[in-house]
Design a protein around this ligand. Structure first.
Ligand SMILES: [Zn+2]
Ligand SMILES: [Zn+2]
Length: 288
């Protein structure tokens, strides 16, 4: 008799199902821990997959958004260091994936720059995220000035919908609900019930395009352990969505895999049975 394990092929992993696919190191403008420390910490924690997704914020450049003391990710330095580290971890039980988080911007020139970046570096995976709107990063107070909640959040979701049509290839739809992280409203959390039609359009498009919806646990100050909130995830499942990734959005070693077990428990309760790990166009299923 052959055990089930012999048949699992690419779905096999020997370090459990721990996969954190949204992390930043000191290569990112706002990252803290050096990349080699992030990798060593993740390996020590028993991760099967560590996705490094340094920021590429061509949207900031387009809008002229700058932050004091922060410099953009050095593309060449990052990719060469990360590829070297990736080789170092080969055969050590953890797959290090060299990726990027692209800050979506509808400007055609901006999208061209992402296309060129992808062609130059061939990242293992790409997270497409909406950070900027109206010339501001919607994480910060300026974006909300003079905007009622419905307008601030509605505009954000419309931009997320638009981002799904990006002309460059991407795998994961990053942190839907990011706009709420530091919003000034009494009811901060962006819920499915706030914009059901818009959410349905987004979720149906994610599914139709075969993309992966990210569950992101960087939610300090919000009444949820992950973004998007459970109502959105349930609806995604109901509509037939099965591709889910986990991302802590850690910017230092202390937050790697933060909230993983809570997120997984919630996903299982909804009905999800696997996480999806994108590697150069291959989508591996990791059973949970
Ligand atoms: Zn982000
Ligand atoms: Zn991020």
């Amino acid at each position: 008799m052959v055990s089930g394990l012999a048949f699992c092929g690419a779905m096999c992993y020997n370090r459990g199902m721990k996969a954190d696919l949204h992390t930043h190191s000191a290569f990112s403008p706002d990252g803290i821990s050096p990349l080699f420390e992030m990798a060593a910490a993740a390996h020590g924690m028993g991760l099967a997959y560590l996705g490094v997704s340094e920021h590429f914020d061509y949207d900031y450049a387009f809008y002229g958004i700058t932050f004091e003391g922060e410099t953009p990710t050095d593309e060449t330095a990052y990719f060469s260091a990360a590829r070297a580290l990736q080789r170092e971890y080969e055969g050590k039980g953890m797959r290090l994936l060299v990726g990027g988080e692209y800050g979506y911007c509808p400007d055609a020139g901006c999208c061209e720059k992402y296309l060129a970046l992808t062609a130059r570096q061939r990242p293992d995976f790409v997270i497409n995220s909406v950070h900027s709107l109206d010339g501001y990063d919607c994480y910060f107070a300026e974006y909300f000035q003079g905007k009622p909640r419905e307008r601030a959040y509605g505009k954000y979701l419309e931009r997320v919908r638009e981002s799904l049509e990006a002309p460059y290839s991407y795998d994961i739809v990053g942190h839907i609900g990011y706009v709420a992280r530091r919003a000034p409203y009494e009811k901060k959390l962006l819920s499915y019930d706030d914009f059901p039609a818009l959410f349905d359009d987004i979720l149906r498009t994610v599914i139709a395009k075969g993309k992966i919806l990210e569950v992101n646990t960087s939610t300090k100050g919000l009444k949820t352990r992950f973004l998007p909130e459970a109502g959105v995830l349930s609806r995604y499942f109901e509509l037939g969505g099965r591709r889910i990734s986990f991302g802590s959005d850690a910017h230092d070693t202390s937050r790697i895999l933060e909230g993983f077990s809570e997120a997984l428990a919630a996903l299982k309760q909804i009905g999800f049975t696997a996480l999806t790990v994108p590697i150069r166009g291959d989508y591996l299923e990791v059973k949970i």
